[in-house]
Design a protein around this ligand. Sequence first.
Ligand SMILES: NCc1[nH]cc(CCC(=O)O)c1CC(=O)O
Length: 313
Amino acid sequence: MSTKIKIGTRRSKLALWQAYYVEQLLQDAGMDTEIVEIDTRGDQVLDVSIAKIGSKGVFTEELEDQLRSGDIDIAVHSAKDMQSELPEGFEIIAFTIREKVNDVVVSRDKSIRLGDTSRPLTIGSSSVRRRAILKAYYPHLNIIEMRGNLQTRIGKMDDGQCDAILLAYAGVNRMEYNDLIVETLPLEQFIPPVGQGSVAIESAINLDAKKRETIRKAVNHPDTEFRLLAERAFLKTLKGGCSIPAFCMAELEGDDQLKVTGGMISLDGQTLIKNVLTGARSDAEQLGDQMANLTLEQGGAQILAAIRAERGE
Ligand SMILES: NCc1[nH]cc(CCC(=O)O)c1CC(=O)O
């Protein structure tokens, strides 16, 4: 089989890194590949908060058009950025091995620590989850919303808009800004969002079955997939994407157990819901669903209702 696998990707540096990474895995498995760069609406409106334009599909629609038409075979995304429910006709066929899931503090000033109350610090973050957690644990900080890709945000920091920014380790590592990491945040406080650190492969369900299996075999990391199935089931039951302050992290325990830590935080950081559930790995999706229902019952439903009212949804 010498057919070429056409890999669709956004043009951002992070997206391209992910596309080249997946391309390498496919080539290592003996496949021919081609990268197809595609513009998306989300890349064009950089000055508006994603929470305001609505996160649904802004980075994925154009890629899905080309998956549907067969112009590309697969689309590569940060797993974290993918909606919990894909539009009809699409599926995720693989998750790459997950890297360190922590959030990190990035700054030019090596002496900066979030817990330092001796001087005023301004911290930039694009994530409602990270901003709410900062308010809960570090109320002395001045927190500002900051959008744009990694390079843009670091530029804003260098312009003096903030002293440090909060980012996912995964993106910082991929963009090779590791030397700017001044603090790696503990998972007990900064529980990562669903999917952080893994790359997801999306395809149309009518992709040739043999092609689908070959790609899956070359790219999918089964241990990561179990974790992501639980986490994504959580998000699906919450009917959310990356614009709600929910978090869920599944970890493997022993040969066949899965430990799921998840919950939600109100935007002001005043209400924190957090639970831990353990169950069989084969029940990954039930565990995620159970975690979501527990979260909704314990006050998550009110938090979501308040956010939707504020955003006029
Ligand atoms: N929301 C943007 C985004 N999407 C994926 C990553 C990094 C890679 C990852 O989390 O897997 C980032 C940057 C960040 O959150 O700091």
